[in-house]
Design a protein around this ligand. Structure first.
Ligand code: GRF
Length: 197
């Protein structure tokens, strides 16, 4: 399994994948839209190719040029699986179709609850007693692709979004490598499959 990881932030999920020697051995490239991110530093420190792509002026969207650049990097590295680990811009074509069924994202809520940014705060505001994380397939619709795995954590009295998010991340760091290892051992669910949701 040739793995690419895309991220924008602290990079703790990237670190969790790198910490697994079998997954580390299959990681062929990382791509970030944040040149100075923890994500990029972790990739560099681990000796994994750490590419930077200028995403463009809109911090939520990728420019068409950036979408194309990412696609070309993935093709050049002959990537099988694209992992979104805190990648903060929305992936679109041509990547979404070319890698349909082979792009996974980790999201800090029990989807379909609390889609979008600030999911830990949303769980607190909703008065949920429990939230968690979800690993799901990425489709054009945000946080809506098929759910592959979930883990839950309690919401505790006095939780801030930061404290809750930190508790969620502990589970993400187990769940994401677990899903990737299942794919590594059993093969991709559908190779190059289209029309998966
Ligand atoms: C994670 O909580 C993930 O669920 C969300 O972004 C965060 C990334 O954290 N999509 P990190 O950069 O892996 O530390």
């Amino acid at each position: 399994l040739r793995i690419a990881v895309l991220g924008s932030g602290a990079g703790s999920n990237l670190a969790a994948i790198i910490a697994d020697p079998k997954l580390r051995a299959q990681m062929v490239v990382t791509i970030t839209d944040q040149a100075d991110s923890g994500f990029r530093q972790i990739a560099q420190a681990a000796g994994v190719p750490a590419l930077y792509v200028d995403g463009g002026a809109n911090t939520r969207r990728l420019s068409d040029a950036a979408q194309k650049e990412i696609y070309e990097h993935l093709e050049r590295a002959r990537v099988d699986v694209v992992v979104l680990a805190g990648f903060m811009r929305i992936l679109k074509e041509p990547v979404i179709s070319a890698y349909a069924g082979r792009i996974v994202n980790v999201h800090p809520s029990l989807l379909p609850k609390h889609k979008g940014a600030n999911a830990p705060q949303m769980a607190i505001d909703a008065g949920d007693q429990e939230t968690g994380c979800t690993v799901h397939l990425v489709t054009a619709e945000i946080d809506a692709g098929r759910i592959l795995a979930q883990a839950s954590v309690p919401v505790l009295a006095g939780d801030t979004a930061e404290k809750l998010h930190a508790r969620i991340k502990v589970e993400e760091h187990k769940l994401l490598p677990q899903v990737l290892n299942e794919w590594r051992e059993r093969g991709l669910p559908v190779r190059g499959g289209k029309g998966l949701s």
